[in-house]
Design a protein around this ligand. Structure first.
Ligand SMILES: [Zn+2]
Ligand SMILES: [Zn+2]
Length: 267
């Protein structure tokens, strides 16, 4: 079965499983290995069933479990040169697992073709991913201050798109964060608002997305209903399933039922 399964999503931790055809990969490792094992257990998986871990960037909410992981497992961990260097400063023992690449490069992990895309975030060399293989296509874009044309074109034709819907602009403005932090979050190197997500979601759906997962919601400056409503309003009843990734592990995976429609009408 092919599926997307969110293990954790939000500022306290991010981690997801993508299984397409015979190959499964983990995207980010922002939970403890114990929590990862528990979540995988729910979907009858174990860490050795995974082919690799793909990291987006070095922020703690994306690599929290990495130190324990590299101690226990030999699985390859893909990261950009910049992300790898930032992590190795604090965690040199990760070197044996690392497969480093330049942001923008494409590589293969078993049955999957993985295309990385540079994004705009206050990290060393952050990336988003497009993963093709097994009859499905995933676009995975979180932790970016804006959606560039390059990213939107690259995820064109993906049947499943995970998009950051980090904050509601008004909740951020009136919320508990100090001004400098608000500036960081809504800046070019910060995070996507619900509105920016909705805009990207509409383009993704016009370009073939059948499933959208809203991800990396702030617990202080957003709530699932506000994020969902904002994107659904933009989609105006388009034929697309919309999910909100919970902070903890999903009850069950999102099955990839239909073959993706590889149409591309970007614009
Ligand atoms: Zn980040
Ligand atoms: Zn993050």
């Amino acid at each position: 079965m092919s599926f997307y399964y969110s293990v954790a999503s939000g500022s306290s931790g991010n981690c997801a499983v993508w299984q397409s055809g015979e190959t499964s990969v983990l995207i980010d490792l922002g939970v403890s290995v114990r929590a990862l094992n528990q979540a995988l257990h729910r979907i009858d998986m174990e860490i050795p069933n995974l082919s690799a871990v793909l990291l987006t960037h070095e922020h703690t909410d994306h690599i929290k479990g990495l130190a324990t992981f590299v101690k226990k497992y030999e699985l390859p961990v893909y990261a950009t040169f910049g992300t790898g260097a930032a992590i190795l400063q604090k965690l040199p023992q990760a070197k044996k697992n690392f497969r480093l690449f330049a942001g923008g490069e494409t590589f293969f992990v078993d049955g999957l073709r993985v295309q990385s895309m540079p994004i705009s975030h206050d990290a060393a060399e952050p990336v988003a991913y497009r993963i093709d293989g097994g009859g499905h296509q995933l676009g995975y874009v979180t932790d970016t201050g804006f959606l560039s044309d390059e990213v939107q074109q690259t995820i064109c034709g993906c049947d499943t798109v995970v998009l950051e819907s980090n904050h509601d602009v008004d909740m951020l403005r009136h919320g508990p964060y100090p001004f400098y932090l608000q500036q960081r979050i809504r800046g070019k190197l910060g995070h996507l608002s619900n509105e920016a997500c909705a805009d990207g979601a509409l383009k993704a759906v016009k370009n073939g997305a059948k499933r959208l997962v809203l991800a990396h919601l702030s617990d202080k400056n957003n709530n699932p209903l506000a994020a969902l409503r904002c994107t659904q309003r933009a989609l105006r009843g388009a034929d697309c399933e919309v999910y909100v990734a919970p902070r903890g592990a999903m009850e069950q995976p999102i099955p990839l039922t239909e073959e993706g429609a590889p149409c591309c009408m970007f614009g």
